[in-house]
Structures are given as C-alpha cells and as structure tokens.
Design a protein around this ligand. Sequence first.
Ligand SMILES: Nc1ncnc2c1ncn2[C@@H]1O[C@H](COP(=O)(O)OP(=O)(O)OP(=O)(O)O)[C@@H](O)[C@H]1O
Ligand SMILES: [Mg+2]
Length: 496
Amino acid sequence: MISMKNIWKSFGSNQVLKDVSITINSGEICALIGENGAGKSTLMNILGGVLPADSGTIYLKGQPVQFANPAESLRAGIAFIHQELNLVNDLPVFENMFLGREIRRRGGTLDLETMMAKTEDLFKRMNIDLDPRAMVRDLDASYKQIVEICRAILMDASIIIMDEPTTSLTEPEIKRVFQMMETLRDQGVGIIFISHKLNEVMEICERYMVLRDGELVAEGQVQDVTPDALARFMVGHDVRSEQLSRVMQIGNEILRVENLSHKHAFRNVSFAVRRGEILGFTGLLGDGRSELFQAIFGADAVASGKVFLDGKEVRIHSTEQALELGIGYLPRNRKENGIIKDMNIFENATIVTWPMYSKRGVIDKTRQEAIFARQREQMGIRMQRLTDNISTLSGGNQQKIVLAKWLAARPKVLILDNPTQGVDVGAKEEIYDVILALAEEGMAIIVLSSEAQEIIRLCDRALVMYQGHIQGEVSGSTMNEHDIMKLATGGILNAG
Ligand SMILES: Nc1ncnc2c1ncn2[C@@H]1O[C@H](COP(=O)(O)OP(=O)(O)OP(=O)(O)O)[C@@H](O)[C@H]1O
Ligand SMILES: [Mg+2]
C-alpha cells in the first residue's frame, strides 16, 4: 500500500536516517522498533508530512507522492497519532475528535449535535466509558491517548501511525486499544505500531522492522522471533532480563502518610516508607495514585490527613518546598510537567540542583557538568550539545533528562511517577541500576508504575490501589502479575 524508498535525513551534522526503505501493507499491523533516538519518530514524521526528507521517495499504491504538510498526508489517508499528544485542552472531547475537519451546517456554523452524536456512537461501539462533553484539560493522560486513537479511527484512514500509544495506559486499556487495532486491521487498515514494550509487539504485530542508528537492520515475521532476539536487534547485544538483585539495608521510617483523603480521587490512604526501601504503587486507570502524590505535593488541596517526614508533621505547598525538605518528585506526564520547553538540555537536567551547587549565589558549573557527563554515560543519553534545545531530543531521551535531574538532586525521599515511560529496553535496565544504587545508599524511593513487570523487578514491596484506596500489598520474591491484577481490579488475595 505504501512504501518509503531510500530515505535520508539529517539535522545539522547529525545523520539521523541513512538510506531507509520500508513497506507497509494494508490489513497488517507492523511494528517499528529501535532504541531511543534511532530515528523512528523522524521516519514517521516524514511519512506524516511533518518533516521533509533530505532525499528519497514515498510511494502510495505504486505512485510517487509528496506531502508538504500534515494535512496533505492526512488527505492521502494517513493518520498520525503522535508520541506527544496533540489535543486542545480548552475544548471538549467531541470537538477535539473533529479538529481541522469540523462538521458544519449549511450556514457554516459548527454542527455540534452531529459531532457529538458521532463521538457518542463511536465510544459506544468501542466500549469506552468517557463523557464526550468532558473538557480535555480534565482528562488523565491515558484518556487523552484514547481520544487520540478514536480520532484517527473517525478519519477513516487507510494507514494509521501509532507512535508509542500505550506508554501511559494500563493493561486493560491496552487490551482495548489492541481490540480497536485488530478491528481496524480486519477492515483493511495498515497500522504502524511503535512501542518499547516488546511483549506488546509479540502480541499484536504480524511483522517487525528494526532501526538502529538510523539504519534498517532487521525485518521479518513476528512469529519467527523471540522478544530477546528483537531486543538484540535493537541494541546490538544481549539485554538482561533476569531478576534484579541488591544488598537490602532497610533503615528507619522516613516518610509516613496517615489517612489522607481527597474529595473524589482517594480516601483514607496510609502508608510509610523507610530509608533504603523501594516501594511501588500500582493499579489501573482511575486508581488515584497519581492524584495522591500530586496532593501530597500541594498541587491539590487535601481534604484531610497528615504527612510526616522524619517523624515531624509537614505541610507541603510546592515541589520547591518539598525539595528543601528533601523530597524529590518526578510527576507523571513528561510533556506537561517534566520538561521546560524553552530551556536547553543542560538547563533542564540541572535545574533542581542549582541551589545545591551554588555558593553565595555562584553556581559551580564545572561540578554540575561533571555530574551530568556521568549520568549521560550511565543512561546512554543520545544528544549533541549541552546547549541544544530539549525539544531536539527524541522522546525517550527527553524522559532520561527529566529523570536525571531528580537522580542528581539526591533527596532523602524520591518519588518517581512512571519513570521509564518511552525508554528503550536497554536504557531501562540502566535506569533500574541507577535506582537500585541510590536505594543501596539509603535513599527511600517510591515508584508509581502501571507496568506490573516494572513493579515486580524493581520494588521490595508494592501497594496496589483500586478506586482511590489501597486494596492490598504484595512483597518480596512472591510478587506476581496475577496477584497484582487481582488487587487492581478490586479482588482480595487469599491468606497464606
Ligand atoms: N527537531 C530536531 N532537531 C534536531 N535533532 C532532532 C530533531 N528531532 C529529532 N532529532 C534527533 O534525531 C534523532 C532521532 O530522533 P527520533 O525522535 O526519530 O528517535 P526515536 O527513534 O523516535 O526515539 P524515541 O524512542 O526516544 O522516541 C535523535 O538523535 C534526535 O536527537
Ligand atoms: Mg520517538
């Protein structure tokens, strides 16, 4: 149906795509995988008319085509669900569904009723429990993602590009997205699926294509490969997959939360974390865990309850104040809360450590640069110059930068919401190593994650939330996906 031939692309001296040729067939789900910065989004941006190629040709049903902008690509039947979401916060869901293709009445006014009805109808067909009148601003990141996918479906596209559609979704939502994808495939739509979760690739894709350093290094049928083999194609060597281990030295209790409640989001939450401990929080969409930590950090007024640090009651009003107290907090959504778009890479990576490395207002830049250089190597951050704007980095490398700034701040308690979203399989292991090392040094770490595997591999114990309260706890070497899922859906574990 569509093919890209001999595509080259560079940004300045950075050669990002080197003679890449790919084909996408109709009625097929094809995975596009590769390390952070390998060139996946760039290749798709060229197909989607977002970026021009330096050279190479796109063929649609055998005919050469050129897309000068996204609208032209869309008109040719290519819908693009971007890695960074593209919705208008100040419009309701149903109007977002028709952005740029609004339905109008004869006189030219917007036909809100029809757009509303079509959205309702689609949500019903797809079994999505979401009010089309809700403002996008008020939606959780996962619902925003679902709205984006539905929008692509409404466009009647013949090719849908999905750039990491599942990073902020939990298991049941991912299943629902997969069902949508299968329905579309059966209707003859060709889907390009980008994901760092290789088990998803194994489950939903028929074919795979692997980019490494801007070159297509492998492609074939998914049924002929193992996840380990795919990981090897991506990074060029074996990737560890066994259980992580560390010297556990759990110290005194450092942070305690008692009976915290919030009008809608959560109720009666109590827990404590100790030095050297890695405590997980998991659950499904709407479980309230992200809201819980936002509330602890003063972004939201807490209805009732208390927070203690080192035994003393504290009231936190901002993340700055939290940092002064020794608590670091990486919020959930990188794009909305993590990166500062107008700043360069180095500024983004060091912003929270400025006070630590300044003497009488003068910042020890050399020291900061040395620390950043080490992190850059540890986490394999792929970048050019420190002074480049943060937006020139690939999605996964941006995530590594926001994580780096909190790891460098060395707080007493570090709370990480969704720390490895969009990070490739190899870099994920490196980040886990950094987190384990910090715990060994005595830092208390709280990890919020929707990935059961991440919780199991990284955490000493985990609290599973369900509809705003703590439904149960899992811990130690007996942690497993089944128990977590049971608690996350409101079940209870049998004693013993
Ligand atoms: N606008 C830009 N200006 C300069 N360099 C860029 C720009 N966009 C991307 N790059 C560079 O191109 C390379 C490929 O980036 P790309 O976003 O395609 O990676 P990716 O495979 O999608 O990675 P990820 O898995 O992290 O999303 C990276 O080195 C990135 O820094
Ligand atoms: Mg990308």
